[in-house]
Each structure stands twice: as C-alpha cells, then as structure tokens.
Design a protein around this ligand. Structure first.
Ligand SMILES: Nc1ncnc2c1ncn2[C@@H]1O[C@H](COP(=O)(O)OP(=O)(O)OP(=O)(O)O)[C@@H](O)[C@H]1O
Length: 489
C-alpha cells in the first residue's frame, strides 16, 4: 500500500500537535518515524489509523483520497495499528482476543479460528497457546497476538507505535524478522520509535518530527549523529556517573522463593546498600519482575524472608512497605501506574493519601503545578493522563515518586522517553541516590544498566546467576549470563 499524507494538521484545543505534515511511504517498505517526546508522532499515526480525526490536510492510499471517521473504516481499507500499550482484554484467552473484531459472512467455529491462529503464528515463528489466558502472556507475546489479529483482519499497512518498548531482545528479534517478512511480502510498515538502533536495524527510510513538524527525512544507511541533530538540535550527553562508598544495608532477601513470571524466584539470597544503583538484567520473566514485586511487598514469598533495615517484613503488606519508604513504579503505566480518566492534579491528590474528610485540592494543584514544571511535562494540571503523550505519561509517573524514598524499585523507568528525556530523568534519579536512596531497576535495554548502575544482577530461570560491580560488568559476560551461560571468572 502506497501512503501519502499532505499538509496534515491536528489541534487538541489550543495544542497544535501536527503542523502541516507531509509524508510519503512506498509499498513493501519499512518506514521509521522518529522524534522527541510530544513531537506529534502518535497523533499522526492515530489520524492515519482513524482513531482520531485530522483538523486539516489530505490522506491518499494508493493515490486515492480517503477519509476515516473511525478505526473500523481504516481497518476495512487495510490499515492496522499496534498501540504502545496493547489494546487487548486480559480476562479473555489468547484465542478469544484473536477473534475480536473478526466479522465474516460465514460462521467459523472456535476450532477454525484456532487453526487460523496457529497457521499465522507458525508463519512468523510466534509461539502462542490459544487456550492460555491473555494475562499470562508477556508484553511481547501480547504484541505478537495483536499483530496476527490485525493481519487476519486484512491489514496491508501496519503501524507500530514504539513496538520494542517493554519487550525482551529475543522478542524484538522475532518481531523484526516478522516485519521484514511482511515487507518482503509487499505490506507496508510504519514504525514510531525513539530508538535509533531499532530504526537502523529495520527501516529503509526515516522521517523525523519535532514540535509537530517534519525536520528531516533520510534513506538507509543512516547517520545517527544527523538523526539526533534533527531530533534535538544539540545531541544529548549521558548523565555523569559518580563513584560512591557503599552505605548500610537497607534491603535483603533471605532464601526467598516465590511464584510468578515464567520461572518464579528460587531461594534468592542477596542484599543491597544505601545509595546503590542496581541494574537487574535478564530475559523477560526470568525472575526480576517477581523480585521487584516481592521487594515492594506486592507479592508474598512462599518461603524465606524479605528484610527492610534489618527488620523481617513477613506479614507486611504493600502499604507497610510504602510507609517504610519503598516506592515501586511498574512497567504497565496505564494499567498499574496511572489512572486513566483522572487529571494530573487528581493523581497528586490521591498520592498525598491524607486520611481527611475533605480532599486538599489547593495543595494538590500546587504540587501538580510545580511537578509539571520541574519534570517538564507537556500538559497542564487539568490534563487527563490520556491527553499526555506516552513519554509525558512516564514523566508524570516519575514525578509521583515521593521526595526522598529509601528504596526505589523501577520497572523500565525510561520506557517511552526519548534519549534526552531519559538522560535528564536519570540525572534526577542519581541525585536521589546521592541523598541515600537505593535504586533497583530492570530496564528494557542493557545499555541503560551499563550507563548508570553501580552493580548488576543477572537473572536466569528464577535465579541470580551473576552479581558484579559496574567495573566488572563486561557486556559480553552479562549477555552470556542472560542467556544462562555463566563462567566462573
Ligand atoms: N488527547 C489529547 N488531548 C490533548 N492533547 C493531546 C492529546 N494527545 C496528545 N496531545 C498533545 O499533543 C502533543 C503531541 O503528542 P503525541 O502523543 O502525538 O506525541 P509523541 O511524539 O507521540 O510523544 P511520545 O514520544 O512522548 O509518545 C503533545 O503536546 C500532547 O500533550
């Protein structure tokens, strides 16, 4: 499918999110859309997929002007969009989710649908169990399922919004192979991303947006420096790492075993000092997610104990952990972190958690104003979370961290942030560590660990198989440990 966007404009009230965007994408190609947080990328893709209406401009598919009033119309014309946060139904099974929206003249039985799903999954080397509950799937698998659903609906243009955010490197490679195959088969792929390495690995051509306008277009092979310059003006530099003395022990696990993820956690004994920044590496589901939830008191150990400041936390719930200074930030920001429908101010009112009869709205508004400014959130205290771009939702989540937590547990803290914002955010987090906060984080990328961590733990199959300082953290050694190969150096 050949796509042409001419002079696309979009206003959200006074916000001019797309300001006359022109874009041409050829059939059978993979086209990248890059840009800083709030540049207008998702807005443009939502217009193209019929999710929102443009304020002006023209869309041509295979040379013919089209108007979409809703996603169903766009879908009928062969456009499918995979959103940053999967739009599926966790209470349903894989097969039931696959069948959603599939309208056919003839009635197919559940077995026919299961066969169809199996066939498509095999074609792309995806491993999905039709009977499994969706809630048991990783983000990467949910994404694979949605991709198959869109294809079975007849999508000829696939739009992917930050598809590699929140998935493991292995799943990323499986996804990339599938997208290359789709392009070879003549389908068109549009991929929104912040990650230059993903664009380099996959795209034939890239368009860069900044503040609602196109600032550059280029063909592969790409020059990363030029891309960064188009995205930000001055290329951003990483936050400086500073050496510090290990403080007292704050958090410890003693022979903790628990269920969850693919492998659970098996007899884990480890401790952490005040002010440490610890990166938790491993394939998705290897134990690091369960580990963080146990450390937050969101999940209880089957055996063993978690100690906070030397005190046994058996029987304590998440609120008790919170009272003692433990803060947890989850990956699924719109499912576990933020509350869709509530404004920024309402989030701060909730976070204040006062047991008073009247909600202190003025205080919440004051905090919201300061944090919006300090965290450079593109929005106002009245903006609801859905009105924020993905990166700005992540900034809001980070701005909800209390002033000086004792232990900060972060799942993919820079998810959806552009590199400049990610560096800025880490600077903020490292300042907290200088004041004594201990940070444990599990990022999507190993590079992020290497950039900021003092210590690296690698999880494999529910166990910590490597525990090294930043100086000992050689990427090859970590990579091997992630894959379950550990040498005794
Ligand atoms: N529903 C909405 N209501 C009001 N403003 C919105 C809405 N959606 C987006 N915006 C605003 O439009 C601008 C562009 O947002 P958009 O989500 O398109 O950016 P983006 O490039 O996808 O950013 P990110 O990389 O952070 O996801 C931002 O200023 C954002 O706050």
């Amino acid at each position: 499918m050949h796509i042409q966007l001419k002079e696309i404009h979009k206003f959200y009230g006074p916000v001019h999110a797309n300001q006359g965007i022109n874009l041409t994408v050829d059939s059978g190609t993979i086209h990248g859309i890059l840009g800083e947080n709030g540049a207008g990328k998702s807005t443009l893709m939502k217009i193209l997929s019929g999710y929102i209406q443009k304020s002006g401009g023209e869309i041509l598919l295979d040379g013919r002007p089209v108007e979409f009033r809703n996603p169903a119309m766009a879908s009928r014309m062969g456009i499918g969009m995979l959103y940053q946060d999967p739009l599926d139904f966790p209470p349903l099974t894989v097969l039931e989710n696959f069948m959603l929206g599939q309208v056919h003249g003839t009635r197919l039985s559940a077995r026919d649908w299961a066969n169809k799903l199996k066939e498509l999954a095999e074609h792309f080397d995806f491993h999905l169990d039709p009977e499994a509950p969706l809630a048991a799937l990783t983000v990467g698998e949910r994404q694979q399922l949605e991709l198959l659903r869109l294809l079975s609906l007849g999508a000829r243009l696939l739009i992917l919004d930050e598809p590699t955010t929140g998935i493991s490197p292995v799943q990323k490679e499986v996804l990339f192979q599938a997208l290359r195959k789709l392009a070879r088969e003549g389908r068109t792929v549009l991929m929104v991303s912040h990650k230059i390495e993903d664009v380099e690995a996959l795209c034939n051509r890239v368009t860069i947006l900044r503040q609602g306008r196109v600032t550059g277009e280029m063909e592969a092979p790409f020059d990363p420096e030029t891309i960064l310059a188009h995205m930000f003006g001055t290329p951003p530099s990483p936050p400086p790492k500073c050496a510090k003395e290990a403080g007292d022990q704050v958090l410890a696990f003693r022979e903790v075993s628990a269920e969850g993820g693919r492998a659970g956690l098996n007899e884990c004994t480890v401790s952490f000092q005040r002010g440490q920044v610890v990166g938790l590496a491993g394939l998705e589901g290897s134990g690091q997610g369960v580990f963080l939830r146990l450390a937050a008191g969101l999940q209880k150990p089957l055996t063993g104990t978690v100690l906070l400041d030397g005190q046994d936390m058996r029987g304590a719930d998440h609120h008790e952990f919170k009272r003692r200074g433990v803060t947890f930030l989850p990956t699924a920001r719109l499912e576990e972190g933020l509350i869709p429908g509530l404004s920024i101010t309402e989030h701060f009112a909730l976070a204040a958690c006062r047991q008073t009869f009247l909600v202190p709205w003025l205080d919440a508004l004051k905090v919201a104003r300061t944090r919006v400014e300090h965290f450079k959130i593109r929005g106002t205290p009245e903006t609801s979370v859905e009105g924020l771009s993905g990166g700005n939702q992540q900034r809001l989540l980070l701005s909800l961290i209390p002033p000086s937590p004792k232990v900060l547990l972060l799942e993919q803290p820079t998810r959806g942030l552009d590199v400049e914002s990610a560096h800025w955010m880490w600077q903020h987090l490292l300042n907290l560590c200088d004041q004594g906060t201990t940070i444990l984080f599990s990022p999507a990328e190993l590079d992020e660990i290497l950039m900021v961590a003092d210590r690296v733990l690698v999880f494999f199959n529910g166990r910590i198989v490597l525990d090294v300082t930043a100086e000992e953290a050689d990427p090859d050694r970590i990579g091997s440990a992630i894959a379950g190969r550990v040498s005794d150096e």
